[in-house]
Ligand binder design. Structure first.
Ligand code: F6R
Length: 242
C-alpha cells in the first residue's frame, strides 16, 4: 500500500537536463499567470540546471523577471554577502547577474547582520508583507532537510537560526577549503514558512538522494524527516531524476 498523497504531482524525468527544463516550464507558466510573482529560491547543486534554463528562456524572450520579487530559503551565519560561498554570491553568480530582475527585489537573509534575531524577524515580516511566496523551489537533503531545517525541527517553526548538523556540514564541505571553514549556523525559512508558499516545486536528483526520496514518498509524516511535511501541502510538483 502506498501512502503517497494525491496532491503531489510527481514527474520522473529522463535526465537532469529534462528535469531542469520541465521545472523551468512550470516557472514560465507561473510568470505568465502572474508576472509579479514572489518566488522562493534555493541554492545547492540541484537547481543550477533550472537557473540555466530560466536564463536561456529569458534571453529568448519567453519570460521576464522584471516585476518578480525573490526570497531565498537560507544563508550561512557569519559569512559576508561578498564571501564566495555565501548564498548571496551563489545567487548572483548563477542567476541574478544574467536576468532582468530588479536587484532591489532580490531578498536573501543577511547572515552577517549584527543582530541575527532582528534580521530573522525583519525577513519573515517582509515576506508576509509582500503577500507570501507564490512559488517556492526546494532541493532535498540526504537527511530529509528542506532549507536548513534539519531532522527534528518542529513543523510549526518560522524563519529561524539553526545549528547545522555534521551531515549537512560535511555535504557542503565540497564548496569550502576544509570542513572547519563550513559555518556552523544558518538562517533558514522555517517549515511553517515554506508550507505557506502557495505552490512548491521539489527537485530531486542524484543517486545519493534515492533513499531520501523513497522515505519522502513512502515514509510517515515525521519531523525527523522534514521533507515529509510536503505531502500535506495542497500543491507540490515533484520533478526527479535519480
Ligand atoms: C539550499 C537548501 C538546501 C538544499 C539541499 C540539497 O538553499 O536550502 O536544503 O536544497 O541541501 O542540496 P543539493 O542540491 O546541493 O543536493
Amino acid at each position: 500500500m502506498t501512502t503517497v498523497k494525491y496532491s503531489l504531482k510527481i514527474s520522473e524525468c529522463e535526465s537532469y537536463e529534462a528535469m531542469s527544463a520541465q521545472a523551468a516550464a512550470y516557472f514560465v507558466k507561473q510568470l505568465e499567470k502572474n508576472p509579479r510573482s514572489v518566488l522562493g529560491l534555493a541554492t545547492g547543486s540541484t537547481p543550477l540546471g533550472l537557473y540555466k534554463e530560466l536564463i536561456e528562456l529569458q534571453h529568448a524572450g519567453q519570460l521576464s523577471f522584471r516585476d518578480v520579487t525573490t526570497f531565498n530559503l537560507d544563508e550561512y551565519v557569519g559569512l559576508d554577502r561578498e564571501h564566495p560561498q555565501s548564498y548571496t554570491s551563489y545567487m548572483y553568480h548563477h542567476f541574478f547577474q544574467f536576468i532582468d530582475i530588479h536587484p532591489g527585489r532580490c531578498f536573501i537573509p543577511n547572515g552577517a547582520a549584527p543582530n541575527i534575531p532582528e534580521e530573522i524577524a525583519r525577513y519573515e515580516t517582509f515576506m508576509q508583507q509582500v503577500g507570501g511566496i507564490d512559488l517556492q523551489v526546494l532541493g532535498l537533503g540526504t537527511n530529509g532537510h528542506i532549507g536548513f531545517n534539519e531532522p527534528g525541527t518542529p513543523f510549526t517553526q518560522q524563519t529561524h537560526c539553526v545549528e547545522l548538523t555534521e551531515a549537512t556540514r560535511q555535504a557542503n564541505a565540497r564548496y569550502f577549503e576544509s570542513l572547519d571553514d563550513v559555518p556552523k549556523e544558518a538562517i533558514t525559512m522555517g517549515i511553517a514558512t515554506i508550507m505557506q508558499a502557495k505552490k512548491i516545486v521539489l527537485l530531486v536528483t542524484g543517486k545519493n538522494k534515492k533513499a531520501a526520496f523513497e522515505r519522502f514518498l513512502y515514509g510517515g509524516v515525521d519531523p525527523e524527516f522534514p521533507a515529509s511535511i510536503l505531502r500535506l501541502h495542497p500543491n507540490v510538483s515533484v520533478y526527479y531524476h535519480l
